[in-house]
Design a protein around this ligand. Structure first.
Ligand code: NAD
Ligand code: UDP
Length: 331
């Protein structure tokens, strides 16, 4: 009955995660009937608790490596751990989630004739030789390293998306997402923004891996989610891939200094060994997103970091240090 009252039914796999929960917020607000699908590997109920009472929000606990039978008009496929610490914890499962998850969600899209968007990643460019990265660059990816379960899993998912498009005429959209940060990042997931902020707030050493001159470009979550929704709304002939990210590039040393400045922390900055296959530089060329989606990020790093710091401060005061860092994950 409910579905008669809503414009469209939208599934979000990985909907209880960091990006997925913000996407669910926006979709619920838009009036869509939202089906959040998650196995809670890295996501949390607390990310979507506030939506559970809403009439147009439904939660299904499900692992996307198994088939799913639901009726939907659009699918955002975000299910996959994104932090290197998490995706390297069970690398075989990471590949299965990317590849079997894509096959299952594409199969679902084919059966119900839904439009489907893949949350791909800048990791498909690996340690890039082309800078900034444009969508026509095929990347420089190690197929047998510790990041490969994620990088190659996501690359294979892209292959599947384009084969379903060519072979079965599915309506696909592929977003290549660059480093995104904001409230609801897992405080203990090892990603650089959450690590530096939590370390700064606790007055612990801020750990820069390597010389700190490697670069990343950080996009605030609200901007990124806006890009995903715009991409889903494009005409059927727009498949992507489309880079979504903030083209402002920073070294990890600059990021550490900014976090120290904004938190007023007395933490020391220390250096630790650089993880294997850590990309040296990363910055999106977003011309395609600008042209096709009229999209560009609007939040500058200091504003976005300020909001993220406030989130972690609140979490810290509510949960205390032990709970904040305990998490449920073996990291
Ligand atoms: P996240 O870890 O917070 O969210 C991933 C969600 O997927 C979690 O809720 C997790 O429980 C769920 N999940 C994992 N395996 C699953 C499975 N087998 N079945 C069902 N659910 C499963 O990560 P995130 O940062 O929100 O990333 C979301 C998506 O965006 C991922 O696909 C990631 O690869 C992509 N992405 C994120 C970034 C970023 O910077 N955040 C960058 C590039 C790409
Ligand atoms: N990094 C760091 N200190 C940390 C965590 C990460 O210097 O405590 C570095 C990491 O080596 C990488 C960059 O920050 O060069 C971004 O790491 P993250 O894990 O956030 O994302 P990804 O490497 O997947 O872009």
């Amino acid at each position: 009955m409910l579905s008669m009252h809503f414009e469209k039914r939208v599934a979000v796999t990985g909907g209880a995660g960091f990006l997925g929960s913000h996407l669910c917020d926006v979709l619920v607000k838009s009036g869509a009937q939202v089906l959040c699908i998650d196995n809670f590997f890295t996501g949390a109920r607390s990310n979507i608790d506030h939506l559970l009472g809403q009439k147009n929000f439904e939660l299904i606990r499900h692992d996307v490596t198994f088939p799913l039978y639901v009726e939907v008009d659009e699918i955002y496929n975000l299910a996959c751990p994104a932090s290197p610490v998490h995706y390297q914890h069970d690398p075989v499962q990471t590949t299965k989630t990317s590849v079997h998850g894509a096959i299952n969600m594409l199969g679902l899209a084919k059966r119900v004739k839904a439009k489907i968007l893949q949350a791909s990643t800048s990791e498909v460019y690996g340690d890039p030789h082309v800078h900034p990265q444009t969508e026509d660059y095929w990347g420089n990816v190690n197929p047998i390293g510790i990041r490969s379960c994620y990088d190659e899993g996501k690359r294979c998912a892209e292959t599947l998306f384009f084969d379903y498009w060519r072979q079965h005429k599915l309506r696909i959209k592929v977003a290549q997402i660059f480093n995104t940060y904001g409230p609801r990042m897992h405080p203990n997931d090892g990603r650089v923004v959450s690590n530096f902020i939590v370390q700064a707030l606790l007055g612990r050493d801020i750990t820069i891996y390597g010389d700190g001159l490697q670069t990343r470009s950080f996009c605030y979550v609200d901007d990124l989610v806006d890009g995903l929704v715009r991409l889903m709304a494009t005409a059927d002939d727009v498949t992507g891939p489309v880079n979504l990210g903030n083209p402002k590039e920073f070294t990890m040393a600059e990021l550490a200094a900014t976090v120290v400045e904004l938190t007023g922390s007395r933490s020391r900055i220390v250096h630790r060994p650089l993880p294997e296959d850590d990309p040296r530089q990363r910055r999106p060329d977003i011309s395609r997103a600008q042209d096709l989606l009229s999209w560009a990020p609007r939040t500058n790093l200091k504003d976005g970091l300020g909001r993220t710091i406030s989130y972690f401060e609140k979490l810290l005061s509510e949960q205390g240090v032990k709970n904040l860092l305990a998490g449920k994950l073996p990291v």
